[in-house]
Design a protein around this ligand. Sequence first.
Ligand code: ADP
Length: 575
Amino acid sequence: MADAHVKNPPPAIDGNALVSMCLSRAGIDRMFGVVGIPVTSLANRAQALGVRFIAFHNEQSAGYAASAYGYLTARPGVLLTVSGPGCVHGLAGLSNAAANAWPMILISGSSDQSLTGRGDFQELDQIAAVKPFSKFSAKATDITEIPKSVFSVVDWAVAGRPGGTYLDLPTDVLHQTIDESEAERLIAEALKSRDKALIEKPRIDNSKIKKAVELLRSAQRPLIVFGKGAAYAKSENELTKLVESTGIPILPTPMGKGLISDKHELAATAARSLAIGKCDVALVVGARLNWLLHFGEPPKWSKDVKFIIVDVCEEEIELRKPFLGILGDATEVVGMIHKEIKDDPFCLGKTHPWVEAVRNKGKDNVAKMEVQLSKVVVPFNFLTPMKIIRDAILGVGSPAPVVVSEGANTMDVGRSVLVQTEPRTRLDAGTWGTMGVGLGYCIAAAVASPDRLVVAVEGDSGFGFSAMEVETLVRYQLPVVVIVFNNGGVYGGDRRNPDEITGPYKDDPAPTSFVPGAAYHVLIEAFGGKGYLAGTPDELKSALAESFSARKPAVINVTIDPYAGAESGRLQHKN
Ligand code: ADP
């Protein structure tokens, strides 16, 4: 019989509980992943402490979700995986975060330290495996190292240029225990010794702000380009003030779209070639001069253009060697530029020849595109359904839906047809052109912005990478409508030359072909979601109206002519 006078020992905290406590103290409130040995208890513990765990089927999708969650919330998105193969699957998300400069933490369980090198269950040198894709990694080799390791991976993920970090948690460490007061002491100590330099933003050189203003003021044809770094920094208010006070035309990158509405009268998206080809000074905010911006070089850009690059990453500025580089947070720098101009304001005005040229070219191109869009083509090409989808999305109003887009033709056409009116409402294949991000991004967007509808517009090939996650949509009842442009394969129908259809496997399906007429809408019905098949404008309009107002998981399978579109979309020359 228990002696009533004997005091109960203080509750023991194991590694799982301690990691969860630290994540929660570090402000992590969401986690994406796939559970299994040795991290199931970690997910349960974290959930009990208020860290919502979104359980996926595949670490790859969960990783893409974590990366996008980091972008949308400016706090690290966390992916939890099992050891060995789980960690390797997680590399997809981690590398995507690195390529897009989004903050993310991969946390993987790992095998027992005492068995290293002897072929333990799912054994792998995970620290070595993550190295190319992480800016910092930590392995807690003892339970007492957990608090410092957790706070370090959180701080490193958001420091400077955001990116991926990695935390390795051996099985034996997750099972070690300490008492509660010792856990609290270790947490307090680790919080106190957090590296302040990581959290601080770089100091902005005021003389460079003045120089930028002089350049913009004296430019004949200035342009302001902004990208997902500015979106991440939530620079929309500062950019709007700067643009409206100076009257300088604007060009967002694909995910910069919406930071200032695509409908803004200074938007140069529809006059992109003219804007980048003729501008003499380009203020580039939170966007890299990489392939998406034609490396800032001729023939797309003028050879004399003077770039002013605003970036939080010093190496980026050193790499591009702009006329003027300003190191600092986009919101702060743009705010300072605007303030500097306010003292001696200038505004190009509507009748300025450059503003007029960009506006007229834009209007011309929009009118031409509208002629194409107004044609009703059945069997569907890409444009007819895209216009119907554009109008349905615009019809939702504010808060605007988050649009997720992937697939060669579907994404290319969607980029020019779909309209973004609010910041951070477009997620696409991004810097790396990553296919397979669709469902993960949808889930991240729905979790990050519960007030918004999420609409994925993706090719059947892109959808296929993560299609099983439709079950995840249904399980969590997320307001996500996935529209699949189904043209029966990667780029659509079989486009091989006759001389490529030869050899012993010539009767196999073409490498680009899928089963024709695949019933993707039925897939979600297997789990209790709603599926629609749409091959005509009326069918599509009615499916959109019903699913948008229901705000429940749905898949609309849109039948597209297999020979509409082009191989490799806009990048045929690379294939
Ligand atoms: P896009 O694809 O839209 O062109 P990129 O991903 O190529 O955008 O570039 C984003 C850039 O923004 C990166 O160079 C990154 O270092 C930078 N960046 C990230 N956060 C900030 C911030 N807070 N302020 C300024 N620049 C930032």
